[in-house]
Design a protein around this ligand. Sequence first.
Ligand code: FAD
Length: 283
Amino acid sequence: MGKVYLPDSLPEVFDILSREPGAVLYAGGTDVFVKSPPGKGNDGPLVCLEKVGELTGASDLGGEVRIGACTTHREIVASRLIGEHFPLLARAARHIGAPAVRNMGTIGGNICTASPAGDTLPPLYIYDAEVELQSAKRARRLPLSSFIQGPGQTLLEGGDVLSAVYIKKDHGYTFCHFEKAGQRRAMAISIASFAFAARIGDDGRVERARCAFGSVAPTVLTMEAVDTCFAGRHVEDDVLACAAALVRAGVSPISDVRASKEYRRAVAGNLVMRLECALRGTR
Ligand SMILES: Cc1cc2nc3c(=O)[nH]c(=O)nc-3n(C[C@H](O)[C@H](O)[C@H](O)COP(=O)(O)OP(=O)(O)OC[C@H]3O[C@@H](n4cnc5c(N)ncnc54)[C@H](O)[C@@H]3O)c2cc1C
């Protein structure tokens, strides 16, 4: 195993990166060490971010919430601030792995891995989250949906650290739902996942809805046409059938060890049809 640095501030991280430009950053290590186990070809320097104070925890900035990149999934599930304003994110985080993975894995790691199966990503797309990147020279904020370019591809440049995720509070959604289909109930990477948020009026009609799908395209998939299906309507069978048909036509899944592309396509539509069960509890 190569050298491991344990900085406790961002300036220290940037200093290390200037001396060790090839160093690999990690937070929980639940993706990095699975992909390249130390001693098996990954013997370069590592920079552990878990002690960097600027990267931890969620804070209320008034109109928006800042979630440090090294905030773990367990902390997201436990956060009252996140639960109150972004319950969809808390629900998705609850579905990640098992307790050990949620204790170590972070929101920043989930984002930087940029897997279409990353469970925090569909909620973050729905909330129009922004990411903050910092390097020794500059800090910049950009929409998460542009930061993630493809499977495993992001706009991170050498020397950049993902420092935080920002989400505005004024989204106005009053109902949310997250469901993922995997090969088993826990410890399963999604075969397909579905996140839904809506503002529902007093008469039970959907005023505005957003949907996002994981594991059925190279990146998280949002479809305006599907969102529009719900607008001004009660969520009934005909609306769901119309949305599910659009989803099945719009996804572009791959076949892999977990599922065939045909199965993923069918499941994505089924997850939408199951929204009725989730909504029934609110009527
Ligand atoms: C058994 C198991 C089950 C899992 N189940 C799920 C699941 O159900 N759902 C799911 O979505 N994922 C799952 N995962 C994947 C993983 O746990 C998550 O993606 C987790 O959020 C990764 O976070 P991490 O902090 O461990 O990332 P790390 O492994 O530390 O890093 C991941 C990548 O991000 C980069 N990185 C990390 N932090 C930063 C930063 N601040 N700035 C710049 N780059 C950074 C690293 O260089 C690396 O490329 C599972 C993994 C395992 C091992």
